[in-house]
Ligand binder design. Structure first.
Ligand SMILES: *Cc1c(COP(=O)(O)O)cnc(C)c1O
Length: 490
């Protein structure tokens, strides 16, 4: 299967590329993205066949239908990483929370958040492509907390790949920072920046675009890449768990095969939701995909009004920081799928030039056939965390909690919902402790202990251990010195 481009072809690039090529250089003509030429249709036969399959069997068969240029043994090695999740037999447990609400838990991997679902196997795939081509890559990452730990964890000690990860010093939770700075491997460099997340992100964008930096790397025989969530190498692994979660509901006798469900997704850069959309197009029975957001609610407005409007808006910090995004990159792939490349190019150019685009009423109608959306603020989120724990005995993190509002406002209760939980309670403990007991400004360790007592849950060893683990990465610098430090590391 080859990959085509969301904004058409600029003649300076190949019209179509292989999966490996789309992974190594994810930005396409006119600043667009790569998408598969067509999606394999799986349909009910495929679902029937996999009713009793393991996660890995399902994943392996689904990936084989894409006919990508990656050897089966590499795919097997990549999927074997799901064996390191809490339960090797079921890396993504789906739990009944209310009569019609099921929560699919995407956080049972090594860094306790959903980024592991795709980044774990992606690390193996990227390293194997680099080895096959006999090339060395530097992966740059900027993180406000979740992507950094997951990227470091997956590339740790992998051949032909090095990672430089920038984070804002003081801008992440204790647990997130410790997950990064305790990573001890020769091919990893973690760099704290005096500044906020935008400073780290802007530095990353500048370096990715800098010819000078690239030629300095070239002298060291290193090529530049990024592991951000527009990379199709991540998206492909995010289709699987939507199909798996549906089959779990069938296995639990909650639905019969073919019955429609809602997928309710806490969304930021829209990778998770896009995976659900592709699963639907590949034959999963879906009523609608419901997009849940926090106060940074551009997606809610787009889906409700057809207007993507960034004029007069700036990112606000919320209690669900992994969703503090205004430019939600993967929406572009939905625009392409629904309206084609010419229109996508036009809309994305409007956004870049005028900070706004507006869909026609027939385009909006089409979008609304597939999506609905709502958002909730931090206080509402805490209320949902508290209530769901008190009434249903289920503890959720602040990202997952955004789904509870849209579950109430957007879904028909006759139809079952699969909502996605994207982080374990241990990752955002101060907010959760505050929701449960009202305490404010607790440090992570105190919050973890208080939740552990209130909810009668054990703090996982891998989280507890972070607080006594040796800090291997203690570099904190001014943003002007980033380039110099990275070159020194190489
Ligand atoms: C990344 C992330 C999200 C948002 O997922 P997208 O695929 O970017 O929409 C939600 N919750 C958590 C905890 C995350 O880490």
């Amino acid at each position: 299967m080859n990959f085509i481009q969301t904004r058409g072809n600029d003649e300076s690039r190949a019209k179509t590329v292989t999966f490996s090529e789309a992974i190594l250089a994810p930005i396409a003509s006119f600043g667009g993205l790569y998408v598969p030429e067509s999606l394999p249709f799986l349909g009910e036969d495929f679902l029937n066949k996999h009713i009793n399959s393991s996660y890995k069997e399902l994943a392996s068969d689904m990936l084989s239908r894409f006919e990508i240029d990656i050897k089966q043994e590499v795919i097997d090695e990549a999927l074997a990483l799901y064996d390191n999740f809490d339960d090797a037999n079921n890396p993504v447990p789906v739990k009944k929370v209310k009569e019609n609400l099921y929560i699919s838990e995407l956080y049972h991997g090594p860094t306790r958040a959903f980024k592991d679902m795709a980044l774990q196997p992606f690390g193996v795939v990227l390293s194997s492509i680099a080895q096959m081509r006999n090339e060395h890559y530097l992966i740059l990452a900027a993180t406000s907390g979740d992507t950094g730990p997951a990227a470091l964890e997956t590339f740790k000690n992998r051949r032909n790949v090095r990672v430089a990860c920038l984070y804002p010093d003081g801008g992440t939770s204790d647990v997130q920072r410790l997950q990064m700075v305790t990573e001890d491997a020769k091919n990893l460099k973690v760099i704290g920046i005096h500044g906020v997340f935008d400073d780290a992100q802007n530095a990353l964008k500048r370096l990715l675009a800098s010819e000078e930096f690239k030629s300095a790397l070239k002298k060291k025989n290193v090529l530049l890449s990024a592991a951000n969530s527009v990379n199709f190498g991540r998206i492909i692994f995010q289709i699987i768990y939507h199909i798996h979660s549906y089959l779990e509901l069938v296995r639990q006798n909650a639905i019969s095969l073919g019955e429609k469900v809602y997928l309710n997704v806490p969304s930021g850069n829209f990778g998770n939701a896009l995976g659900g959309y592709y699963a639907w197009k590949m034959g999963l029975s879906v009523e609608k995909i419901i997009i849940s957001s926090n106060e940074n609610n551009v997606l809610t407005k787009l889906i409700k009004t057809g207007k993507y409007d960034l004029r007069d808006s700036s990112v606000v910090s919320t209690t669900s920081p992994a969703m503090d995004i205004l430019k939600s990159s993967n929406i572009e792939r939905i625009l392409f799928d629904m309206f084609g490349s010419d229109r996508t190019k036009e809309l994305m150019e409007n956004l870049e030039v005028d900070n706004v685009y507006v869909l026609t009423s027939s385009e909006l109608e089409k979008l609304q056939k597939s999506f609905d959306a709502d958002y909730c603020d931090g206080d509402e989120g805490k209320k949902y965390i508290k209530e769901t724990f008190a009434n249903d005995g289920y503890l959720m993190d602040p990202h997952t909690a955004t789904c509870m509002k849209s579950y109430e406002t957007c879904s028909n209760p006759e139809i079952k919902t699969i909502a996605y939980s994207t982080a374990e309670w241990t990752k955002f403990s101060p907010v959760i402790a505050s929701a449960l007991t009202g305490e404010v400004d607790a440090h992570d360790m105190d919050a973890l202990e208080s939740i552990s007592k209130t909810a009668n849950l054990d703090i996982p060893d891998m989280i507890k251990g972070l607080f006594t683990k040796n800090v291997a990465q203690n570099l904190v610098i001014n943003k002007e010195d980033i380039e110099k430090e990275i070159l020194k590391f190489l």
